[in-house]
Design a protein around this ligand. Structure first.
Ligand code: CMP
Length: 146
């Protein structure tokens, strides 16, 4: 199959009713959802997911935020999917993100930036994050019929 990438609507995006919009944008782009889960992240999963930020001053706030309410975790598939999704998300700091991007259109904050996507530069990031959130049998192989 094509490249798979991990994407998550964060608690602020869920609160603001943006799950459907994020899904629509990725569907419209021609990417294919192969896994999706509405869930509450617990402390342990938050620590694992953000392990690389453990020493940063914003780590505690980050864990508090990501566990503050439900998220919608997804796996999307497509050629160069990781880079495509990152382009559509826009810059990490939503204040800097270009209009037309998801963060640029809806976000106004560095921490509350609506959506997470795997890092394109970090080769293992996708596999690591997908397996942290999904069992293999929760991912569905199907054809978009294009
Ligand atoms: P994301 O790239 O999804 O994962 C790490 C998150 O840490 C990032 O989104 C931001 O929301 C958050 N983050 C990065 N830098 C800072 C910062 N200086 N202060 C607060 N949050 C930050």
């Amino acid at each position: 199959h094509d490249e798979r990438t991990f994407v998550m609507v964060k608690p602020d995006g869920v609160q603001r009713g943006l799950i459907g919009d994020v899904v629509s944008r990725l569907e419209d782009k021609g990417l294919k959802m192969v896994g999706g889960k509405f869930m509450q992240i617990d402390e342990d999963l938050a620590h694992e997911h953000y392990a690389e930020h453990e020493d940063k001053p914003f780590f505690d706030g980050l864990v508090e935020f990501i566990t503050s309410g439900p998220v919608f975790a997804m796996v999307w598939e497509g050629a160069d999917a990781t880079r495509q999704v990152r382009q559509m998300m826009g810059a990490t700091d939503a204040q800097e993100a270009a209009p037309g991007t998801i963060r640029g259109d809806y976000g106004n904050d560095l921490g509350h930036n609506l959506i997470h996507g795997s890092d394109h530069e970090d080769e293992g990031a996708n596999e690591r994050e997908i397996s942290l959130f999904f069992d293999e049998d929760e991912l569905v192989d199907w054809d978009l019929g294009t």
